[in-house]
Write a protein of this length. Sequence first.
Length: 211
Amino acid sequence: MLANLTEALGTLVGHASRLLWRVLSRVAGFLLLALAINAGALLWVGAQSWIALGAPLVIAALSLPAYLVVGWRTGIGAAIDEVWRTLGAPLREEVASRVVGQLQQRSAAPAQKLAAMADTVAEVRARLAGQRWWLRKTVELLLARVPWAQAIDLPALQQRLAGAADPGALQRIVREQLDRVELPSPLAWVPWALVSLHLAAMSVCVWAAGR
């Protein structure tokens, strides 16, 4: 199991430049969008009245760090999506194998055995100790984002686990459930909200200058 995960990690190391590009391209893209909106609004307002440039200049100054943060967060999310595409299958296999190992070591009821997932993720994190810092950070962000515990926190699944004694059957059940896990995209609305708010604010400044 671990060999597949190690091989996938090696693949990611070879694609480091692609992960970096996903981050930097989004940062640059958002900054260019901010500059384009700001330049258009400032040129329009300045052509109407230089006195009216105060508010647009403040908005332009505030927008740049906001776009930088959103671009960075969006880029990190894109890099994590790439990691999930590369690591998803071997990581789910590794997690399923270790969850089964943890479950077999515990005699508690299935509902109490869910703590095995936290132990499992901690074990997988420990395996990253010898990897490059950027790879550790990216995979740790991935491990933190995937709702591992919620994936097996289902009464029907717990009943199936309780009724299966064979390790192979246990692992198959857990793996089938983990295969249904989708990587969530938190705050996907933030870039749209930022651009909409920015455009609205600059539109008001343009309208006020044209009156």
